[in-house]
Design a protein around this ligand. Structure first.
Ligand code: NG1
Length: 520
């Protein structure tokens, strides 16, 4: 699914019918506020959506396939550009100016900007997109770098820290805006995703590539199958026709999951644990001098996987072979990484034949982590098990259309069971759930959901549920009565309304041309 980011002049190309009216108002407000703020009209709007991950949790940075889809909630950046006479300056405002302070900063002549990853500042996401786009512009030898003033007004509806990947939506929209500001009307989707993945790491999280791929590649009405090996690729997956349409309901836990703050003991630590598990397994299996891969720390469980079976002479392209390989890897972990209590730095250094200093320098310096022991066994077991679940989920989605209601019910139940298994693995083995997410899942299942799990990084944030359409109301009611009203009795109606979203798969990044448009 290669090609360029679509360019449009119509909101009908972006949003589903039932969202159009609200979006027209929102966009009109954005464009008129832009004019008020900067005294000139916006020239274009760069748009990138949030995403919900259906299955494949915490395995993208181990380079295994995942199945997310874009949601309707998105980040819009309205932009106008002019030649800079003095220092090129970016002025950036947010429609929610009380929450996100207005900023302005200058760009160096070579297009570079400083980013302080230790400060949790909203415009860092713009800067990281700007930095990535600048590198791509340089690669394409585009002129005008470091010579423009750029005015921006942002409007985001993806809740921050809510597990729907507001950060990736913001970085993708920013990089796209900077490309377009430099006259690039055709922006290659794959290049945009690749630069956004690397850029987001500049903000302090060792992220995988799922969110950026989902934000850019998604197409309305379909989920997305994203692969990272041998290179980044994505294809759309239609949902099967079932007696009750496949309906995914997203529910916020309202436990704020700030990945950046908790990174040293949560997200970044998991990236380190998976990388070290891969290193130790490779060393135990006698695999030496393996080349770096595209994962955040340069070596992934997937690279170990591929190298191990290559050495054994397997071809491994067949899905059945691939699944049996993953099953074999689970046995290897079971046998060779027995320590439930985790592994110390000393033990890991000995296993991979390096010094503790080297180990820390190579894997724990760029993004510091705080841990005395590293749970290599559990993390590897989750990753291999989850990779199998993704394959099974994909098989089910692609299975022949059920011939009657009974078969269709079976299909939905099987999909739901896989979601439930993922939740169990995230809770018990990967330890990225939290009591609130567990409770939302339990309540949904008791009220009729086929399957329920956390989505995104976890430790708070969001959950996703496969629910029969005729049970959606019952599930909502269970959450309202037993979760939201109990835990957050003071929550206002508007916030409660935002807490639960029945989401259809949305469209990916888009450039909207404002110039010459009279109305939306
Ligand atoms: P969230 O925190 O939901 O945006 C994060 C990572 C993903 C992936 C998931 C877990 C970033 C930008 N995103 O998602 O790449 O690893 O956790 O599956 O770090």
């Amino acid at each position: 699914m290669t090609g360029n980011v679509p360019v449009t002049q119509s909101l009908d190309d972006i949003y589903p019918q039932d969202a159009l009216e609200g979006q027209r108002k929102r966009w009109s407000n954005l464009l008129s506020s832009f004019k008020e703020a900067y005294g000139r009209p916006a020239e274009f709007v760069s748009r990138s959506p949030g995403r919900v991950n259906l299955i494949g949790e915490h395995i993208d940075y181990s380079l295994y396939e995942v199945i997310p889809m874009a949601v309707t909630a998105d980040v819009l950046l309205a932009v106008a550009v002019s030649p800079a006479n003095g220092s090129p300056t970016v002025r950036i405002q947010n429609v929610q100016s009380d929450k996100f302070a207005t900023r302005s900063f200058t760009i160096a002549k070579d297009g570079e900007v400083d980013i302080d990853p230790t400060s949790h500042e909203w415009t860092n996401y713009f800067k990281s997109g700007l930095r990535g786009a600048t590198q791509l512009l340089k690669k394409h030898a585009v002129s005008g770098i470091g010579q423009l003033n750029i005015d921006i007004l942002a409007d985001g509806t993806v809740p921050a820290g809510g597990g729907l990947s507001s950060s990736a939506a913001f970085v993708c929209a920013s990089a796209l805006a900077v490309m377009r500001a430099h006259g690039q009307e055709t922006v290659d989707k794959k290049e945009l995703v690749e630069l956004a993945v690397v850029s987001e790491r500049a903000v302090g999280v060792n992220s995988g590539g799922m969110d950026q791929a989902a934000s850019v590649f998604s197409q309305r009405g379909s989920a997305l199958y994203v692969a990272f090996q041998p290179e980044l690729s994505a294809r759309t997956i239609e949902f099967p026709q079932t007696h009750t349409p496949l309906t995914f309901v997203i529910a916020q836990s309202f436990v704020a999951a700030d990945k950046h703050v908790t990174a040293p003991v949560c997200y970044n630590l998991r990236v380190v644990e998976c990388t070290l598990a891969a290193r130790v397994l490779a060393s135990i299996c006698g695999l030496k001098d393996l080349p770096d891969d595209s994962s955040p720390l340069g070596f992934s469980l997937r690279s170990f996987h591929d190298s191990y079976f290559k050495k054994k002479g397997a071809v491994g392209d067949d899905v059945k072979d691939f699944r049996s390989q993953l099953d074999q890897l689970v046995h290897i972990v079971d046998n060779y990484l027995p320590q439930e209590e985790g592994y110390t730095r000393q033990q890991i250094s000995e296993l991979i034949g390096t010094s503790i200093d080297e180990l820390e320098k190579r894997y724990m310096t760029k993004f510091p982590v705080r841990a005395d022991s590293f749970k290599l066994r559990q993390r590897a077991l989750h990753v291999f098990g989850e990779a199998v679940r993704v394959l099974k989920f994909m098989d089910l989605l692609q299975s022949p259309t059920p011939s009657d209601d009974k078969e269709s019910e079976e299909l939905l139940k099987s999909l739901g069971n896989l979601l439930n298994d993922t939740q169990e693995s995230c809770r018990d083995i990967y330890e990225c759930s939290c009591p609130e997410l567990d409770e939302l899942c339990k309540l949904a299942r008791s009220a009729g959901a086929y399957g329920s799990r956390l989505t995104g990084a976890g430790w708070g944030g969001c959950s996703v549920h496969l629910v029969p359409q005729d049970k959606v109301e019952a599930v909502k009611k269970a959450w309202e009565d037993k979760y939201y009203n109990k835990r957050f009795p003071d929550m206002d109606a508007a916030k409660l309304q935002d807490a639960i979203v029945v989401s259809k798969p949305g469209s990916g990044s888009t450039l909207f041309q404002v110039a010459g448009r009279e109305s939306l």
